[in-house]
Design a protein around this ligand. Structure first.
Ligand code: CTP
Length: 392
């Protein structure tokens, strides 16, 4: 609450034995929830059976602190027998669990296995600390310090303060997003798993920071009012739109997953099963980023993306040099919860000298914020150099 978040407390039955719901209700943004079905108004028509999904769907982050051994087991096995576990199953947002229990329980293989199952699904774990435990014991298992938990929360969702800085005021930002679709015939196409969420988050965050934003997108996702959207479908349509818009941009971000190959001669009519198995000849698509680099305007900042599954940093660095961009953002798409179609991402931001920032699993909006922080620094550096050149 003190950091400006809207907080809804959800208490398990056991939690209410320690601190009552009334205390949480008095401190939080809305009344504490304790039941799967809210029958507080005493009549069945007032039941709110969807609260178990609504809370999870609406939250930007679900934080379980403390997370008991019992809760971790229920969550790992997908049980949904109270409001907390149903909220956890209904959310697509980041989840942070902060285990707290006796040392022996913490060391138990069952607890550790449950934690690794959760971590492999992208759940973020803030490990316990050493200290005094219930019953006079001392050891590992004490709930992590509140500062450590809050730091992780800030890492994942941010406080939103950056969005109000309007540090990109007057800057023209061009972003590409989504996976292009290359037609085979009028009903079929070749594409990839990109959802466009990271590119759209970049456009939205840049707009909130005061930039004038154009979004060339192959995704069907919507965009904030105020962002100029240019919808495209194929790599060649994206190329045309990007080449048209780029000369006006101070920053170009190629977040799109452009298909590398397209069908050489797409059929004008639907291919019929009765015609037999078709052989489809592919040809390379134009490398849009390479073209943008070639005709870049002086002072323009160019940002590329790469999705890699192994040797992420080495391959990313090789790509940064080969493509000639200022910043390269590498997704390790093998990280659970990161990359294609997730609402969360984990990236390494590379500059010519190597890694400049690692962003652990966080919302795509938060990742967009960190990338834009880096771009703002780059723009600042450039304007200082230009000032120096002008004065000498
Ligand atoms: N890109 C592009 N045009 C293409 C393919 C990719 O502009 N035809 C851009 C992407 O938007 C991204 C960057 O180039 O910003 C890197 O894309 P990636 O597919 O990782 O690079 P490739 O050069 O295609 O290398 P790889 O062999 O690893 O696929």
């Amino acid at each position: 609450m003190d950091n400006g978040y809207f907080v809804t407390p959800v208490l398990t039955h056991s939690a209410t034995r320690f601190v009552g719901a009334a205390t949480f209700s008095a401190l939080a943004s809305e009344p504490a929830r304790t039941k799967l079905f809210d029958d507080s108004r005493g009549n069945t028509s007032a039941l709110t059976p969807i609260v178990h999904t609504r809370l999870g769907q609406e939250a930007d982050l679900v934080l379980v602190a403390p997370a008991t051994a019992h809760l971790l087991a229920r969550y790992a096995t997908g049980m949904a027998d109270d409001l907390l576990t149903t909220t956890l199953l209904a959310t697509r947002s980041p989840v942070i669990v902060c285990p707290a229990m006796h040392s022996e329980m913490w060391d138990h293989p069952a607890v550790q296995e449950n934690l690794s199952i959760l971590a492999s699904r992208g759940v973020i774990v803030v490990p316990p600390a050493e200290g005094r435990l219930a019953g006079g014991d001392v050891g590992m298992g004490r709930l992590a310090d509140i500062e450590a938990i809050l730091e992780r929360v800030e890492d994942v969702v941010g406080s939103g303060a950056a969005s109000t800085r309007r540090e990109l005021s007057g800057v023209r930002v061009l972003v590409s997003a989504g996976g292009t679709r290359e037609p085979i015939d009028p009903v079929r196409f070749i594409s990839n798993r990109s959802s466009g969420k990271q590119g759209h988050a970049l456009a939205e965050e840049a707009y909130l920071r005061g930039a004038e934003v154009t979004l060339v997108t192959a995704s069907r996702l919507g965009a904030t009012e105020g962002v100029k959207v240019v919808p495209v479908e194929t790599a060649s349509e994206m190329e045309e739109a990007m080449m048209k818009e780029a000369p006006m941009a101070d920053v170009v971000i190629m977040a799109a997953a452009v298909a590398d190959f397209r069908v050489k001669t797409p059929r004008g009519e639907k291919i019929k099963r009765s015609d037999g198995t078709p052989e489809i000849l592919l040809e390379p698509t134009p490398d849009i980023l390479a073209k943008l680099v070639k005709c870049r305007r002086s002072g323009q900042v160019l940002v590329g993306f790469a999705a890699e599954t192994s040797d992420v940093i080495e391959r990313g660095h090789e790509k940064l040099v080969r493509k000639g961009v200022d910043i390269l953002v590498v997704n390790d798409v093998s990280t659970p919860g990161a990359g294609f179609d997730h609402d969360t991402n984990a990236v390494s931001i590379l500059g010519p000298g190597g890694v400049v920032h690692e962003v652990a699993l966080a919302t795509k909006r938060r990742v967009a914020g960190v990338i834009l922080d880096r771009i703002a620094l780059e723009l600042n550096k450039r304007s200082k150099t230009m000032e120096k050149e002008a004065s000498s």
